[in-house]
Design a protein around this ligand. Sequence first.
Ligand code: AMP
Length: 196
Amino acid sequence: MLNIILFGPPGAGKGTQSENLVQEYELVHLSTGDIFRSNIKGGTELGKMAKSFMDKGELVPDDITIGMLQSEVNKVSDANGFIFDGFPRTVAQARSLDEYLESKGEEITAMLALEVTEDELKTRLMDRAQTSGRKDDANMDVIEKRIKVYKEETAPVAAHYESLGKFKAVNGEGDIDEIAERLFSAIETLKSQNKS
Ligand code: AMP
């Protein structure tokens, strides 16, 4: 299986590039943010609980997020692999993901990090607010909180996969198709390294 973590701050283009990776490698896309938002839409208890954190730009607690992610992985019986988008966002989530995959005889192939300057992130998120209908994109205080949470709680996850030789940073600015090509070539490099 090809199990990719698509990593990066809010607005880095994880959702957009996940679509390109799904097409290229026929992977199952799991976005914890999308799953929370569909629960909010459906009015579930999980959605109500998650909303209170999401509206403030805070992370949903680990135990809830991890449980939800595992049950989504479990629903898939036959896959070439997964793209984890927006997960793991804490070191505890990363450890639990590694253990969970190991229990299934699987592992993370690579973490690919989309690098984008902070000014560009803010511009993209404010632009996205026009069409996404997302409350957390429409308010600069919430955007800044999400970037702060990313730096403090999420960025350390990169070191975890770096220490396993699975981390690759990719320039996330420029033409969407060119960024996709950078991701494909990073995957091919990591795949060939893993084989040798
Ligand atoms: P995203 O769609 O990835 O930008 O996520 C939107 C919001 O959902 C985040 O700001 C968090 O409140 C919540 N969220 C998504 N993924 C996670 C996660 N792995 N851990 C905790 N909270 C998450």
